[in-house]
Design a protein around this ligand. Structure first.
Ligand code: ADP
Length: 539
């Protein structure tokens, strides 16, 4: 057979040849909507590769972006990769210290950014030591500031052949926020990206085809928008990108562009559902949503199913490119009741070909797939990390198992269920309480907009759960009624010792609940009876 290195430029070549007119729609932050297609994206990518070379950039150089989802950002991915560069997508929601660290650690040479982030970029310029050139994707009309993207590539003719090389060459770099220490860089290869892309489009995963209109709500800086900008050109999907995250703009786009597939974290879907409920707006063409990044609450899964929308519940992490598992359906699915469907989908899905999963106990012994034993979740495969960027040692054990930091249980039917992140489990009297299950039960109660369970130090039990709740606007919640509801969903000893109401919960840079910040906020918190119990123990 022939040599055909699995390099990502094959994707845009294919799209240009086979789906040249395939539409890419962008809703910009200023409210305007533009349309382009794969032929134009390929042309822009070639011109950008030329422009990078004109700057002196070479194979292996890191090219950074600080941008929301839009067609120029998309072209820049292929432009950077086409020149043999490594595309470093930076999350603009990170703190300045993290932004400083990652761009310097990555040794980025060029940064392309959205005008909306210009103040951030200006503030960071003195701290970024390796960036030689700044390009603005959407410069203001008055010509002030850095060169505009279209002007920059406009100097080139597009007569360019992609840089070739080994399929194991790096093509992308994403930093994970990490809970302790500095962020860590995950370096994607052409090959790992291509294998991940081939898997992603399958019916049991994102279920993409030529008939799909896909709008990834997940940002392009969050684990490559979960691979959608690579998979869309492979399948010839119509791609809809939105740099504007307001739910009304999103819903209008869903309607006007007839979006069939979408993907995002639960927090964003909560906002969308809330908006749809209030406005009476409908997402009539939407066939499937993929929910991942943190556990999809049962109430959310039910809402989608009741509105005729399939739910793919995916688990993964930056280190797994990101797909680890996704919700394929068992045989006879059509005979499942809605309750059974919700229960099945609330687990994090099954393992696709290309990923191996196992759970182990504290001594590293593999646990049975019995639906009962919870342990540390480990994985391996061609799109799973081996070593962090510039690290001295592998991030895996000698058998290539990567420890995910999640606690999970594998069921006999092949589904995987995340119990918690290892650092978020609540340890009460030597046993574990799943914060995810508690939150899941709480969001199922009328009037609860969002909920988080954290462990609070307790003199007798080590830790006991505190439930922190955000009410839906205009709703009053009786804590006793909420507790009674929880009692029907979880074991009695899991019930929170206290429920606190807050106006909002802290979120991470990728839109997930930040347990770390919440724990900090409640670090001095004591249960009302804690002192009395301590006294009792002392006696
Ligand atoms: P960050 O923590 O910076 O957002 P990642 O996006 O890589 O970084 O997060 C990966 C983690 O997100 C996983 O290890 C897991 O704890 C959590 N996660 C992802 N998907 C799910 C899911 N479907 N259910 C529960 N947890 C999930």
């Amino acid at each position: 057979m022939q040599d055909w290195p699995l390099r990502v430029m094959r994707l845009v070549d294919h799209a240009e040849r086979e789906h040249g007119e395939g539409e890419i729609v962008t809703a910009w932050a200023d409210g305007s909507v533009t349309r382009t297609n794969w032929r134009a994206v390929a042309h822009d990518a070639r011109r950008m590769a030329q422009a990078l070379e004109a700057l002196g950039c070479r194979k292996g150089d890191r090219i950074a972006t600080l941008a929301m989802n839009h067609s120029r950002h998309l072209s820049s991915w292929y432009g950077a990769a086409g020149m043999g560069g490594v595309l470093h997508t930076i999350n603009p929601r990170l703190f300045p210290d993290q932004l400083e660290y990652i761009a310097n650690h990555a040794e980025d040479r060029v940064l392309l950014y959205d005008h909306a982030f210009a103040p951030l970029v200006e503030a960071m310029k003195p701290r970024w030591t390796t960036i030689e050139r700044y390009i603005c994707f959407d410069p203001p009309a008055n010509g002030v500031g850095d060169t505009g993207f279209m002007e920059w590539i406009g100097e080139q003719d597009g007569d360019y052949a992609w840089v070739e090389g080994d399929e194991r060459d790096p093509v992308g770099l994403c930093y994970t926020s990490g809970t302790t220490g500095n962020p860590k860089g995950v370096l994607y290869e052409h090959r790992s990206t291509m294998l991940h892309t081939l898997a992603e489009a399958a019916p049991d995963i994102f279920n993409l085809s030529k008939q799909s209109v896909v709008l990834p709500i997940v940002p392009m800086f969050h684990a490559n928008a979960w691979g959608v900008p690579w998979a869309a050109p492979m399948m010839g999907c119509k791609l809809v990108l939105s740099a504007d995250y307001r739910p009304d703009t999103m819903c209008r786009l869903f309607r006007e562009e007839k979006v069939t597939h979408s993907a995002g974290v639960p927090t964003i879907w909560l906002t969308m559902i809330d908006y749809l409920e209030r406005s009476g707006d409908k997402l009539s063409d939407l066939k499937q949503v993929t929910i991942g990044g943190s556990a999809a609450p049962r109430a959310m899964i039910r809402w989608f199913l009741e509105h005729g929308i399939e739910v793919g519940h995916a688990w993964g992490m930056t280190e797994t490119s990101p797909i680890g598992t996704c919700g394929s359906r068992p045989l006879g699915w059509e005979n499942y009741s809605i309750d059974e469907k919700v229960e099945y989908i609330s687990r994090q899905g099954r393992v696709p070909f290309g990923v191996e999963l196992r759970t182990v106990d504290e001594d590293g012994n593999a646990l049975p797939r019995d639906g009962k034993s919870s342990g540390n979740l480990q994985c391996r495969g061609p799109w799973v990390i081996r070593r962090y960027f510039k690290a001295e040692e592998d991030a895996t054990d000698e058998d290539q198992w990567f420890d995910t930091g999640d606690v999970a249980c594998l069921h006999p039917d092949g589904t995987m269920q995340i119990t918690d992140r290892a650092k978020d489990v609540i340890k009460s009297g030597g046993e574990w309480i799943s914060s995810i299950e508690l939150e899941n039960a709480a969001v199922g109660f009328a009037g609860v907009a969002e909920a988080a369970a954290i462990g609070i130090a307790h003199p007798k039990w080590d830790e006991r759960p505190l439930l922190v709740v955000v009410r839906q606007e205009g709703c009053d919640i009786c804590p006793d009624a909420l507790r009674s509801h929880l009692a029907t969903k979880v074991a009695k000893w899991w019930l929170p010792d206290a429920i606190e109401f807050v106006d909002e919960l802290p979120h991470t840079a990728t839109g997930k609940l930040s347990k770390k910040m919440l724990r900090e906020r409640f670090s001095a918190y004591r249960f009302a009876d804690a002192d009395a119990r301590l006294e009792e123990l002392r006696r």
